[in-house]
Design a protein around this ligand. Structure first.
Ligand SMILES: N[C@@H](CCC(=O)N[C@@H](CS)C(=O)NCC(=O)O)C(=O)O
Length: 233
């Protein structure tokens, strides 16, 4: 199905749309946030195939200039890209922000730790994937710099060690409560596993936190959606 025909289908029945790809690590962040908030039934997913480069075609670039997934589209056509922005929007819809913080201090710490999870870990894994491996293939990867990719792979492993250190003294990435920052580190773990960038054996606290995350129903729901496989085109 093309993006345009999926758009027509979705708009007939649903108030919100998410453009994403079923097993993408960044899309995983928003799907887990939706599951945490009980919002999955309110969403129609529009598949944009990363492997065929649909996200770099003019149709999709008109939706998100950055050519990345996921993107949230509201009923009035407003488009919100970037996982953090989408999560913040979804989390505050019901006036009960459970993922992005209630107090100014919580909001500040969660924002900082989410950004750090992206810069030091998840985004570094992404650069590793796009530059040090075949990535999404020659049609999509028009420029690759293997040396830069390898450096970013090393940075991601340093990031794992940083979060391991942090999680020795707190239950969750931003402190006492599960938050958007945990979801961002989970995104890093999901991407690292997909690209076979192993977590160092001695990162015991990170591994224990990761095992605990697998018990959350939101993560189990996300995994079940992935196991359903690629949508039929
Ligand atoms: N900063 C963006 C990054 C999104 C991102 O990189 N998404 C991946 C999907 S897993 C993507 O679209 N990659 C395609 C590409 O970079 O060509 C966000 O947080 O939403």
């Amino acid at each position: 199905m093309t993006i345009a025909s999926q758009q027509a289908d979705a708009s007939a029945i649903s108030p919100m749309k998410i453009y994403d790809w079923f097993d993408g690590p960044y899309p995983a962040r928003v799907r887990i946030a939706l599951a945490e908030k009980g919002l999955l039934p309110k969403i129609d997913f529009v598949s944009v195939n990363l492997w065929t480069g649909e996200h770099k075609e003019p149709d999709f670039l008109a939706i998100n200039y950055s050519g990345t997934l996921p993107v949230l589209e509201l009923k009035d056509g407003t488009l919100i890209a970037e996982c953090t922005a989408i999560t913040q929007y979804l989390d505050t819809l019901d006036g009960n922000p459970t993922l992005t913080g209630e107090t100014p201090l919580e909001k500040g710490i969660i924002h900082m730790m989410t950004k750090r999870a992206e810069i030091e870990f998840l985004d570094a894994v992404s650069v590793y994937f796009h530059h040090a491996t075949p990535g999404l293939g020659p049609k999509v990867e028009l420029y690759q710099n293997a040396e830069w990719g390898t450096k970013m792979g090393e940075k991601a492993v340093r990031g794992m060690r940083y979060f391991d250190h942090l999680l020795k003294s707190r239950p969750f990435v931003a402190g006492d409560k599960f938050s958007m920052a945990d979801i961002a580190v989970l995104g890093g773990m999901i991407f690292a596993s997909l690209v076979k960038l192993p977590v160092p054996e001695d990162c015991v606290a990170l591994k224990a936190w990761h095992a605990k995350m697998q018990e959350r129903s939101s993560v189990q729901i996300w995994r079940a959606m992935v196991e359903q496989g690629a949508p039929k085109s």
